[in-house]
Design a binder for this molecule. Sequence first.
Ligand SMILES: Cc1cc2nc3c(=O)[nH]c(=O)nc-3n(C[C@H](O)[C@H](O)[C@H](O)COP(=O)(O)OP(=O)(O)OC[C@H]3O[C@@H](n4cnc5c(N)ncnc54)[C@H](O)[C@@H]3O)c2cc1C
Length: 390
Amino acid sequence: MDLTVTAEAEARGKAARAFAAERLNDGLEERDRRGRHDDAEWRDRWRAAAEAGLLRLGLPEADGGDGSDLLAAAHVLHELGAACRDNGFLLALNAQLWTIIRPLAEFGSPAQKREILPRILSGEWIGADAVTELASGSDAMALATRAVRHGDGYVIDGEKAFIGMAPACDIALVFARTSEGGGPWGVSVFLVDVTLAGVHRDREIDKAGLRTIPTGFIAFEGVRVPGTARLGPEGAGSAIFARSSEWERQMIFAAHVGAMRRQLAACIAHARARVVFGKPIAQQQSVSNRLAEMRVRYETCLMMQRRAAWQMQTGTGDGADAAITKLYLSEAILASSLDAVRIMGGAGCLWDADAARDLRDAVGGVIYGGTSDIQRNIIAAHQDRGGFGA
Ligand SMILES: Cc1cc2nc3c(=O)[nH]c(=O)nc-3n(C[C@H](O)[C@H](O)[C@H](O)COP(=O)(O)OP(=O)(O)OC[C@H]3O[C@@H](n4cnc5c(N)ncnc54)[C@H](O)[C@@H]3O)c2cc1C
């Protein structure tokens, strides 16, 4: 495994840091308090990110990407995260890269890749990954949403919940049941233009954390889509979900690992400056031990995420690796965020404090993309099948 970061990736990482510092942090406290998105403001920031090349990261040139490898992409995202305090924006960007752009590049028809992908890569359109329903939750493919054949196309009925970017999106990847008897193989995916009649997405969700990524419901009421809106073959929904989940679980925290670095640096600075009992709290062993634990978590997450990028680049991961990456990174980010609040003391408990926001934001990480319990189930099932031996 070669985890070397090239000079070119280093330079791009520096540019990503500068972009984050200049464009992503201003007004964060206000956006976080508001918790409802402002479309014009959102699109402005999104287009700037697209212009900075962030939506083309790690994608082959043939698909309109920058042709860099995934280790380079992971490094650039890490640097972006190290300078960006807006975790909701980082999630939005990463979700777009791994759960919208990748499935489109891997499963899209030539026409879909010609007509939709370039618009997403340029930042003109935003996609939403619409899997979850209120009743299905962790049993992700137990869908009530139906797509029934009608002439050359389909009619979609159902409602999706907790969908990141739903209130701000132009197109949604909608997972719907197309066959009653097929179990998980009866699910298909559709690229649905959200301006079509019967699409409703007026319910934005007021989350406790990650408040700067617009999130909400999307309802489909007799929505007619052409057959050409289907992504991949009929019945391929489960396979597309599995592949998209692999991308998501291996890569979605690339920027958040960078945010761990920012968080640790702020905690070290605070612990050295804050004097109680006549000396800096960094000299109290309980505090210095906590800082050391945060460092170990950060370094471990960095190595794991780079290994994940390497595995995706080389196709070498096994059936448990994505779950291991997702479980460890999300729990480590949550644990370090709680440690950061402890180190900051009362100041870290204020609503607008970075430490408090990071903690609120970290909670969602152990839920989206499959909860930690679900990742443990996947790892245990892989071992039960003999996937890990002496
Ligand atoms: C911030 C955020 C962003 C999201 N973005 C998206 C998005 O863009 N698109 C999308 O489709 N969805 C999205 N989701 C939804 C997310 O994928 C689901 O919330 C998640 O899969 C869990 O489903 P649930 O909330 O219904 O919990 P439930 O399935 O009800 O789970 C509740 C609890 O039961 C446990 N549990 C359930 N089944 C098992 C089991 N078999 N074994 C052990 N424990 C179990 C869970 O681990 C959890 O602790 C998002 C969620 C959040 C919080």
